[in-house]
Design a protein. Structure first.
Lengths: 221, 200
């Protein structure tokens, strides 16, 4: 291995200017603004679910919606704070209480409505349209979140990645509750947390190379 | 508002910093691309990092590798330092991650690998095996001290484990002469080794 003094010289020679990242709460606000903008676009394009007013009068629906939204916000705050070297990793546990409330309201939803049988033909169910909404919300939010967390790949990425996946799942589920009549919470959690777990497994299998590659561009941003 | 660290920074730029507040000032300069300040910062924090790494690793080589891991990580995530916050906890956080990572890696390695001790090592050439026991050295010396005929008989029949016929062909001695020479050689070796043993 290189001598430490040689390493210091080579690092000093590579001292390009870097822009310090903004405070975590400002970055969380930016991410939530993106989530709100996506939701607004979907409402304009798709419209709110017809029975929303009626649903909001049900305590279980209201509790589920509020808990998922709160989980999204707290998970975003938690992972953006907990990913920094000088902040406690206990921040990653921030969404746990609201997550428990949210999980307690989960229904079967899309799991039982992927396809519906028609006369002699297999017709796509409402789940496919709801899956399109899931993609429309979760993909841009995931890209934004993982771009903001590139630096975490060089520190301790596993729990941060999972919490980021939870934040995206919670925001997607909230959007879906307002737009579609079916409860897709289980599918969304499986989809987003599954994607996060896949990233964690990739990181474990291939060492730090995969996520570190994402982190390489972060020294200028 | 300009961070407090920026005020004293130019004065510190050319010094090896030992104080955490000076580290913070140098880090702000380093984030701006100042290579001299960055070098002085890295040199200044290295003893502190060595102290952290040495507490976790007994092996100095592992400790130094950890120090280098911390320096590399610091370089990769230097944009995450917030000039409004203290530098030392930020640095200690990075060091903690790297120390834990290396301890885990060493734990995994020790679970899968067996450390070879000196006595496990052997080389084809006899002279490279420095750990030959005294008995073997004594035996070799005693064999060298035998008369040529007995030495050749013992070497061919006992060390190379050749048959009497093969040894006879190689040495030109008759089978009977080989048997006699071997018998006398073994007796002489036993005598010499016994004498050496009694002298110790």
């Amino acid at each position: 291995m290189t001598d430490t003094s040689d390493l210091i010289e080579s690092l000093a020679a590579d001292a390009r200017p870097v822009r310090a990242i903004r405070p975590p709460l400002v970055r969380t606000a930016g991410w939530l603004a993106l989530a709100a903008a996506i939701l607004l676009l979907l409402v304009v394009e798709h419209g709110l679910r017809p029975d929303l007013a009626e649903q909001l009068r049900k305590p279980s629906f209201l509790a589920g919606c509020m808990a998922s939204a709160a989980t999204g916000v707290l998970a975003a705050v938690g992972c953006l704070l907990g990913s920094l070297p000088d902040r406690s990793c206990r921040w990653l546990l921030l969404p746990l209480p609201t997550l428990l409330v949210w999980v307690s309201t989960i229904g079967y939803g899309c799991l039982t409505n992927w396809v519906s049988m028609d006369v002699g033909a297999l017709r796509m169910g409402e789940a496919v349209r709801c899956f399109a909404t899931v993609l429309a919300v979760s993909v841009p939010l995931s890209i934004a979140m993982f771009a903001m967390l590139r630096h975490a790949a060089r520190l301790s990425p596993r729990l941060v990645t999972m919490t980021a996946g939870l934040a995206v799942a919670a925001m997607t589920s909230t959007a879906l509750s307002l737009l579609h009549q079916i409860d897709a919470t289980v599918m969304i959690l499986a989809w987003n947390l599954g994607a996060a777990a896949l990233l964690v497994a990739l990181e474990g299998a291939l060492g730090r190379s995969v996520l570190s590659r994402l982190a390489r561009g972060s020294s200028l941003g | 508002m300009m961070p407090k660290n920026m005020i004293q920074a130019p004065r510190l730029r050319d010094t090896i910093a030992t104080d955490p507040e000076e580290w913070a000032a140098l880090m702000v300069l380093a984030q701006g691309g100042d290579g001299v300040a960055y070098r002085n910062l890295l040199v200044g924090i290295t003893p502190y990092l060595r102290a952290i790494a040495s507490r976790a690793h007994r092996n100095p080589s592992d400790a130094e590798d950890t120090v280098q891991d911390v320096l590399l990580t610091l370089h990769a995530v230097r944009h995450t330092y917030d000039a409004c916050r203290p530098f030392k906890p930020w640095l200690a956080g990075i060091a903690r991650h790297r120390v834990i990572d290396r301890l885990r890696a060493l734990g995994r390695a020790s679970a899968k690998e067996v450390t070879l001790e000196l006595e496990h090592e052997a080389f084809p050439a006899a002279e490279t095996n420095e750990t030959l026991s005294f008995e073997v050295r004594d035996l070799q010396a005693a064999i060298r001290a035998l008369p040529p005929g007995q030495r050749q008989a013992v070497t061919l029949l006992k060390l190379r484990e050749e048959s009497l016929k093969e040894a006879s062909a190689v040495s030109g001695m008759s089978v009977g002469a080989l048997k006699v020479a071997t018998h006398r050689g073994i007796a002489a070796l036993r005598q010499m080794l016994h004498e050496r043993e009694s002298k110790r």
